[in-house]
Design a binder for this molecule. Structure first.
Ligand code: PHE
Length: 325
């Protein structure tokens, strides 16, 4: 035992630790739980008499302390080295700053435009029930207009679905608030459509509606005019008669752009039946509503050809919007 201890003492002293790798080899050689020489000495203690155990136990503990000291010394010196090597004059690594997604840019622009004329911004759920998405909007079951929007149903329960338009937000808001109000909402809507350069199974819609005494089609036209000129500047605008079950009369709005008319939104005067469904007196109050797709708008503004590019996460595409807010 004595000889062994002397030998180990010598080995500890002579071991040169220059790198962290050496340090690890040193630690494993002497004090690791499985392979350490000193650890195995502790195990040998079990075999000798109690008297000797006391003496050798002390000596082996001293050895262990020496090993630990050597480790501590190396670590403290090398930490100091690191601190000394730190040079505050070296320029920092630049971090690339991201930008907003083009759809977020357009969304923020629309919100800004409507905040200026006193609209309130609200959210609505993407998972809806039949009543808010269809029935309350004057679209009864078996009404052919349900086919206009191919619906994703959830949980095998035909009452629960992914909203097919943001018009459901009208119902949610009108049920809870008393007119007058001016409300804007933007969010995702879902339709079971074949994916192509022009359509996707999910897109973003903006819904706006205004209810007060004596709101007329003239107010609707002025508001749409204000929206379009705020975005495109002076362009020709055309209102085309159309049909939505929840507005009467209804219209589609086109703008004249690149030598042709492009349809950009639907709108109309809220059908009195819809007001009745949410307990608003349709004799006293009237209102208008409109809905427009954000992807479609961004296609026109940025001259993008394919709607799928918004969600490809292609950094070359997204980088182009970095400096826009
Ligand atoms: N909800 C309609 C659609 O998704 C758009 C719309 C909204 C039309 C409000 C009129 C009024 O096609």
């Amino acid at each position: 035992m004595d000889k062994k201890i002397e030998k180990i003492k010598g080995e500890i002293k002579c071991f040169h630790i220059k790198t962290y790798n050496d340090l690890e080899t040193f630690r494993i050689k002497f004090i690791s739980k499985k392979k350490g020489i000193i650890t195995s000495l502790f195990k040998e203690l079990k075999k000798i008499s109690i008297y000797k155990k006391k003496i050798y136990g002390k000596i082996i503990n001293e050895l262990k302390k020496e090993v630990q000291n050597k480790i501590n010394i190396f670590q403290s010196q090398n930490n100091n080295d690191k601190i000394l090597k730190f040079d505050p004059t070296v320029p920092g690594k630049s971090i690339e700053i991201g930008g907003l997604h083009p759809l977020s840019i357009i969304k923020n622009r629309i919100i800004d435009i409507f905040m200026k004329i006193g609209f309130t911004y609200v959210y609505g759920p993407e998972i809806e029930d039949d009543w808010h998405n269809f029935t309350a909007l004057n679209i009864p079951i078996y009404h052919p207009s349900r086919d206009m929007q191919d619906t994703f149903f959830l949980c095998k329960n035909p009452d629960i679905l992914l909203r097919t338009h943001t018009s459901s937000v009208q119902i949610r808001y009108m049920k809870k608030h008393k007119p007058p109000f001016r409300v804007l909402s933007i969010g995702k809507v879902y339709r079971n459509e074949t994916i192509s350069s022009r359509s996707n199974f999910m897109f973003h819609q903006t819904e706006g509606f205004y209810i007060d005494k004596k709101v007329s089609f003239y107010d609707l036209k002025q508001t749409i005019d204000y929206l379009i000129t705020s975005i495109f500047g002076k362009v020709k605008i055309r209102f085309r008669p159309s049909y939505f079950p929840f507005t009467e009369p209804s219209a589609e709005v086109d703008i004249y752009c690149n030598n042709g008319w492009i349809e950009i939104m639907g709108c109309g005067m809220i059908d009195p039946q819809v007001l009745k469904n949410v307990n608003i007196n349709s004799e006293t109050y009237s209102g208008f509503a409109f809905g427009l797709g954000i992807e479609r708008l961004a296609l026109i503004i940025y001259q993008i050809k394919d709607i799928r590019i918004y969600f490809n996460n292609d950094i070359r595409f997204l980088k182009q919007f970095k400096n826009e807010f």
